[in-house]
Design a protein around this ligand. Structure first.
Ligand code: EPZ
Length: 421
């Protein structure tokens, strides 16, 4: 297994581009199951999760060609002849669940392994299944698989999610676009990645309104066509690099990102003492000779503070000049990074879904282990701010969600070396 060796102490300085968003690319790739005409996708990030999704779709019979160096995916032929998402792939990427809606909508059948939990929580999909049944699907769960079918065409329904679910909203969107009649989905997720999927579907011929709000109205159509689409930029990647600039007291500019996608995290960075400037598609942060101030964080569905940035801000709070609290309200176990950060010198203690950071810590390099995607990113950030070397194991977690992470950070002056394992 590869490891990353991070030598701390450099103040990051420079400009890097932001890649396409993993959490937009995955549902949009799954939506290719709905298409009847050739399609080109641009700014498809070269990540493990993306190549896993491509493999999944190829196993279903789709004819795709991916050019990683151009971040381009060509969907030549999107007709499936196999409607199964096997456990061996789903266990490595639980977002595979988003093939369920499009398979049911287009082919009336699907066999998808239950994703199972992961490090950050049990990750149930009960809300997905309940909503699909409201659209007329028959769902059976056996041997760890979801067996779904729709004898006739799915039919529109009025659905209210009892909890906001990002991939649940995405599954229902993709199921409803080809259903007979209209669907109203209330308490829908408003994450920008959901909006990107909805805009992609409309460009392919769907009729979705209320995009960006918590109530989506979908008028079912007979088929979707194809075309050209550029994936949204990754706001979580963007936030991760801005925090890297803060914790190393450097000056970092990120390009290809709309600041409106990060309103709350940017406010928190300013509260932490950073000087921010931005244009329509770039953000710059200056933390040189500034004191890092603690910021209280409470994660929430969009447009609230994103749970995918909680681990990164914990690194900032660990070395800030005072105490702070981080409340993780989305997942039940998303503090796996705390033990490792404490081993590097942080002073954080947990009380249920609350993490209390004492602050005033100094990170010292250590051997640590990544547990999940964003926790891995926080270990890198701590390593950058630490005295000495940090050796991070199990970085396959990182490779799932960050394109060329060490290349981008080294371009900013970091010293990160990948040690082939
Ligand atoms: C998506 O996961 C993202 N993944 C996650 O990003 C992100 O952290 C999460 O949304 C929240 O923003 C992708 O988009 C591929 P949810 P998802 O369904 O859709 C509960 C990353 O690091 N719930 O919005 O799986 C669930 O347990 C990843 O990129 C049910 O109870 O999250 C959680 O507590 C990590 N029943 C809450 O809802 C359900 O049927 C939100 O989960 C579905 C969800």
């Amino acid at each position: 297994m590869d490891k990353l060796l991070v030598t701390g102490g450099a103040c990051l300085n420079g400009t890097i581009p932001i890649s396409g968003a993993k959490n937009a690319a995955l549902p949009i790739l799954a939506a290719s199951l709905l298409l009847t005409k050739p399609t080109q996708l641009h700014r498809v990030p070269h990540l493990r999760d993306v190549t896993t999704m491509i493999q999944l779709l190829r196993n279903m019979g789709l004819d795709l060609s991916y050019t990683p160096e151009k971040n381009r995916l060509d969907i030549h032929h999107a007709t499936a002849n196999h409607f199964v998402a096997n456990y061996d792939l789903v266990k490595t990427m639980r977002a595979s669940i988003v093939v369920l809606g499009p398979l049911l909508a287009r082919y009336g059948q699907a066999e998808v392994s239950l994703p199972g939990g992961c490090a950050i929580g049990s990750r149930p999909v009960d809300l997905h299944l309940k909503a699909l049944e409201q659209l007329g699907a028959q769902i059976r769960i056996e041997h760890g698989y979801i067996y779904a079918s729709a004898k006739n065409r799915l039919r529109g329904a009025d659905i209210v999610f009892e909890k906001i679910t990002v991939t649940g909203t995405e599954n229902i969107l993709m199921a409803a676009v080809l259903a007979k009649g209209n669907t109203r989905l209330q308490n829908a997720a408003r994450e920008p990645e959901v909006t990107d999927l909805a805009q992609f579907l409309n460009k392919m011929g769907a009729k979705i309104s209320g995009i960006g709000t918590d109530t989506l109205e979908i008028e079912g159509v007979d088929e979707l066509t194809g075309g050209d689409y550029t994936i949204l930029a990754d706001r979580i990647e963007a936030g991760t690099y801005l925090v890297a600039g803060v914790v190393t007291q450097g000056q970092v500019k990120i390009e290809g990102i709309n600041p409106d996608l990060l309103t709350v995290p940017l406010q928190k960075l300013q509260d932490a003492g950073a000087v921010l400037s931005h244009g329509d598609d770039w953000i710059s942060i200056d933390m040189r000779n500034k004191t890092i101030k603690p910021v209280d964080i409470s994660t929430a569905p969009y447009p609230g503070f994103p749970t995918d940035m909680q681990a990164q801000f914990m690194v900032l709070n660990a070395i800030a000049n005072g105490p702070s609290t981080l409340s993780e309200n989305i997942f039940e176990n998303r503090f796996m990074h705390v033990n490792e950060l404490n081993r590097m010198g942080a002073n954080i203690h947990l009380n249920g879904h609350l993490a209390i950071c004492k602050g005033h810590s100094t990170f010292v390099g250590a051997s640590v282990m990544a547990t999940d995607l964003r926790a891995s990113a926080s270990l890198i950030l701590a390593g950058l701010a630490a005295k000495g070397d940090t050796l991070i194991d199990r970085i396959y977690h990182l490779d799932r969600g960050y394109e060329m992470l060490e290349k981008k950070l080294n371009h900013l002056g970091a010293h990160i070396q990948r040690i082939k394992g």
